[in-house]
Design a protein around this ligand. Structure first.
Ligand SMILES: C[S@@+](CC[C@H](N)C(=O)[O-])C[C@H]1O[C@@H](n2cnc3c(N)ncnc32)[C@H](O)[C@@H]1O
Length: 192
């Protein structure tokens, strides 16, 4: 899968990299902009806008991605692989927007098991559910899940859901996609 994303990053694909405006991501996730110097992990670099935005606000930011090409879009040393996440925490804030629909359940569990939050730290996850689909697999390389499935993944990896945003439904090619945003906390106390 990393070759697929390398290609999309090389081509700067607007369709696949989405590039949601950083202010919009905070709005969608219902998160206030944190005070400067917060330790933040952004998962899924896209075009790197979120990383640059948070750096400009004075935050301590790292960004993780499956694509080595994507990692080069952020400051040297601040683009990291999944296996390096635990080296740079504990995190005050972890953002994950428009990434989980590209990961299966096992991959999400592996990702979450790398993450240690501070005592007050939160992780905000966006994921998507496909409602009433009449087609077996209309979206190749996409993984849709409902809230119960996500809650099970979260609990299995030592987190709990703290807050759920009212979901938003939108139509895409005749399918209804439900967008969820959940905020999760670590069950065992995070490292200080
Ligand atoms: C749709 S873009 C979203 C970018 C940005 N977060 C946004 O909201 O605009 C998906 C990003 O996730 C990355 N990605 C895809 N699968 C991933 C995985 N398994 N682990 C980490 N990053 C992944 C892609 O390389 C890409 O940068």
């Amino acid at each position: 899968m990393s070759e697929f994303w390398d290609q999309k990053h090389k081509a700067n694909s607007k369709l696949w990299l989405t590039c949601t405006k950083p202010e919009e991501v905070f709005q969608i996730h219902g998160i206030q902009l944190p005070a400067p110097d917060t330790r933040i992990l952004d998962i899924g670099i896209g075009n790197g806008d979120m990383h640059r935005y948070l750096v400009a606000l004075g935050h301590n930011v790292w960004s993780e991605d499956i694509s080595l090409v994507a990692l080069k879009k952020v400051r040297p040393g601040r683009g990291i692989r999944e296996s390096e996440i635990h080296l740079h925490g504990p995190w005050d804030l972890v953002l994950c927007h428009l990434v989980l629909q590209h990961m299966n359940d096992k991959q999400i569990k592996r990702l979450l098991s790398q993450i240690y939050l501070t005592k007050t730290g939160i992780m905000s996850l966006q994921f998507a559910e496909l409602l009433d689909s009449r087609i077996e697999s209309p979206w190749p390389n996409h993984f849709f899940r409902d809230l119960e499935t996500m809650e099970r993944i979260v609990l299995d990896t030592g987190f709990r859901i703290q807050w759920i945003r009212n979901p938003t439904d939108w139509l895409w090619n005749g399918e209804t996609i439900r967008w969820w945003v959940t905020r999760i906390k670590q069950l065992a106390e995070g490292v200080q």
